[in-house]
Design a protein around this ligand. Structure first.
Ligand code: NAD
Length: 473
């Protein structure tokens, strides 16, 4: 194949997707250029002392778009990361936030290390030093730039970042809002850890809810009974698999870096995790077939494939052999532009990353709001709601002569806790955003696929924000 889409870098893929979608809009060229350019790129190096001696570590923070502030995006720890990747990820964050109506610009950070090679103490040193580099250049702050977890980082790293920021900004009452994805005890919000995976599940469930769309793929309506393969059993992959399983799907395959397992009768996600903890590998899981070459799992029989590891996993090389009818992009950039061309010709429906994995930033937004308001969601209203429902039940009991049992009463009158409100907000966001994207395709029949539609939505929203700022009258 001699497609110009071959061998593009991650960032070039994003630019190509942008340009393709921009051709379906009528925004001025200058405005489109402004939207797609990365505004600020901070690349730096810092020393740390490990058990092996001094080491120089490379770090980045890229702020893609300041059309809304703060900018927002995760921090990745990976030995393979480079500036191109951080620029790509920062750009995707801008479009992602726009799609789910989260009022932030996009950003991304990275540290070029393999966390497995460092002790916890060394990781803490690296994280705190990385944070102080961001502070020095005003690349972090509740109203400036708010990082979050990504590949290789989690709540622990976010707590170190929050603590370092607070130490450099004594007395700043909103300091906790400088980073999201923190542990709940350190100002985090309930539901953030599982939010991206839960969002992937909501996205898949919504896509499968349209009988006509499913019919075109040769599938039945609904998630129930659909066979799913997941690549990456980390934060996003584990939670996406778990919620899909709870939603009635059958997890037939799981791939990790050490290999993959397949069982058409279905794998129990939590048992696989337990097996991996005990044996340090997902291989040899009872009843399942081992697939020693992990990437081959992507090509096995299934209805839905969830790549939730890293970018560039589905390429023009393996795309012809992919059997899934739906690809739900849990990871950022897992499908290359050249692979997408092949898959679309095969009538595969791709749920694009900029929508599919936006659950994380959605709940990060809720965490940021919680930190700024200094009050737990549900604290003010829960008991009041409960009392209102209780009065309503008493009225129903009087009117009907029926009395409710204690259990019924408790179930009906329960007021919303933080986790209920977070999950409800996430579900509403994912469902509405999908329907906006789907409508875009329905309205404009020239738009060929969901990724282009999602980019068009995002470009329109960011363009509007710039026009409202008066930058492009
Ligand atoms: P993670 O570090 O928690 O998990 C990633 C998992 O993938 C790890 O278990 C790793 O061993 C595995 N893996 C790596 N290479 C693999 C390979 N070649 N084959 C199979 N498995 C492999 O990271 P995460 O936070 O789950 O992020 C995964 C992806 O989701 C990334 O692309 C990230 O940018 C994206 N994402 C994450 C979030 C979030 O909230 N964490 C939000 C949006 C998007």
């Amino acid at each position: 194949m001699n497609s110009p889409k071959r061998n593009l870098s991650f960032f070039e893929n994003v630019l190509l997707n942008f340009d393709n979608a921009a051709s379906y809009t009528d925004h001025p060229k200058g405005l489109l250029e402004k939207i797609k350019t990365c505004n600020s790129i901070y690349s730096f190096h810092f020393p740390i002392r490990t058990q092996r001696g001094y080491e120089t570590i490379s770090g980045w923070r890229v702020e893609h778009s300041h059309h809304k502030l703060p900018v927002k995006g995760g921090i990745r720890y990976s030995e393979h990361v480079d500036e191109d990747e951080v620029k790509a990820l920062a750009s995707l964050m801008t479009y992602k936030c726009a799609i789910v109506d989260v009022p932030f610009g996009g950003a991304k950070g990275a540290v070029k290390i393999d966390p497995k090679n460092y002790t916890v103490h060394e990781l803490e040193q690296i994280t705190r030093r990385y944070t102080s580099e961001l502070i020095k250049k005003n690349f972090i702050g509740p109203g400036v730039d708010v990082p979050a977890p990504d590949y290789g980082t989690g709540p622990r790293e976010m707590a170190w970042i929050a603590d370092t920021y607070a130490a450099f900004n004594p007395g700043q009452t909103d300091a906790l809002a400088c980073v999201t994805g923190k542990p709940v005890t350190e100002g985090g919000v309930r539901g953030r850890t599982e939010a991206t995976g839960r969002g992937v599940f909501f996205a898949i469930r919504e896509v499968c809810a349209y009988g006509d769309d499913m019919k075109k793929l040769g599938l039945t309506k609904g998630l129930e009974g659909k066979r799913v393969i997941v690549q990456g059993l980390g934060n996003v992959g584990y939670h996406a698999a778990k919620f899909c399983q709870e939603g009635g799907a059958i997890i037939v395959g799981i791939a990790e870096y050490e290999g993959a397992i397949y069982d058409e009768k279905g794998l129990d996600v939590d048992r696989v995790v337990k097996h991996r903890k005990e044996t340090f590998s997902i291989l040899n899981y009872p009843g399942a077939t081992n697939i020693p070459k992990s990437s081959e799992a992507l090509e096995r029989e299934c209805d839905i494939l969830i790549p939730a590891a890293l970018e560039n996993q589905i390429t023009e090389e393996n795309a012809p052999r992919i059997k899934a009818k739906i690809i739900a992009e849990g990871a950022n950039g897992p499908t290359s532009a050249a692979a997408e061309e092949i898959l679309l010709k095969k009538n595969v429906l791709i749920i694009p990353d900029i929508y599919c994995n936006a659950g994380g930033v959605t709940v990060s937004y809720f965490e940021w709001l919680k930190n700024l308001s200094h009050v737990r969601f549900g604290r003010m209203g829960k008991r009041y709601e409960q009392a209102t429902f209780d009065r309503l039940l008493v009225a129903v009991e009087h009117a009907t002569g029926k009395s409710f049992s204690e259990n019924e009463r408790r179930a009906i009158t329960r007021g919303a806790d933080e986790i209920d409100l977070v999950n409800s907000g996430l579900e509403e966001t994912m469902v509405s955003a999908y329907n906006e994207i789907r409508e875009q395709v329905k309205r404009n029949t020239k738009i060929p696929d969901l990724r282009t539609a999602a980019f068009v939505e995002a470009i329109n929203k960011v363009a509007l924000a710039y026009l409202e700022l008066g930058i492009f009258p």
